[in-house]
Design a protein around this ligand. Sequence first.
Ligand SMILES: *[C@@H]1O[C@H](CO)[C@@H](O)[C@H](O)[C@H]1NC(C)=O
Ligand SMILES: *[C@@H]1O[C@H](CO)[C@@H](O)[C@H](O)[C@H]1NC(C)=O
Length: 224
Amino acid sequence: MVKHVAVILSGCGVYDGTEIHEASAVLVHLSRAGAKVKMFAPDGDQMHVVNHCEGKPTEEKRNILQESARIARGDVTDLAKLDVSAFDAAIIPGGFGVAKNLSDWALKNKSCTVQPHLEKIIKDFHKAGKPLGMCCISPVLAAKLLPGCELTVGQDKECEKWPFAQTAGALKDMGCKHVNKDVDEAHVDVKNKLVTTSAFMCNAPVHKVFDGIGVMVQETLKLA
Ligand SMILES: *[C@@H]1O[C@H](CO)[C@@H](O)[C@H](O)[C@H]1NC(C)=O
Ligand SMILES: *[C@@H]1O[C@H](CO)[C@@H](O)[C@H](O)[C@H]1NC(C)=O
């Protein structure tokens, strides 16, 4: 049976939107598994537009839906129109868009809130027993909305390979169980049907990020 999967984007580019390689990896692995994909993103302005050469915000304004359309090759729908009953699973790639517009994690850390449409969507998928796949920084959304869930953002000890390991500690403080995993692995929280992998939280070669996302996608589809 064909699985219908909603992929939720937050712009186009690691520092102000969806991380492009992660989105692409999700789409390749879903395609290979024969899933039917529809992409969604909020229709509104980005918090920041970042010049990715300099890593600094610029003055220009960009619309999250229009930026996401670059990744979706034009075929992306307003997140407000996502009908949970039409899908078997949802997957949210990482990138700072998750921390700047799908939530305000980048500003508020542990006391963040989640974008209202997305909050309802995540809770509705969870209530319906439909799996959620997340990678990189997007597990913060689960930490916020599914209290006590198990997840991974990689490792909890900072080193050259794991420069953002303090995130694991912040997620533990939010009441979830952080499970240490390598970049080419995913953690499955069977009870909450939540599948997570570290992706670019790890300073790893892109093919390892791609492989970890492959495990995340396959485990998500198994639960659907
Ligand atoms: C993105 O974040 C900015 C800053 O918080 C906010 O002004 C804007 O409305 C947000 N856009 C969406 C679509 O949530
Ligand atoms: C979030 O808060 C934790 C303390 O709980 C801290 O260790 C971490 O550095 C903070 N993260 C960011 C990105 O500010």
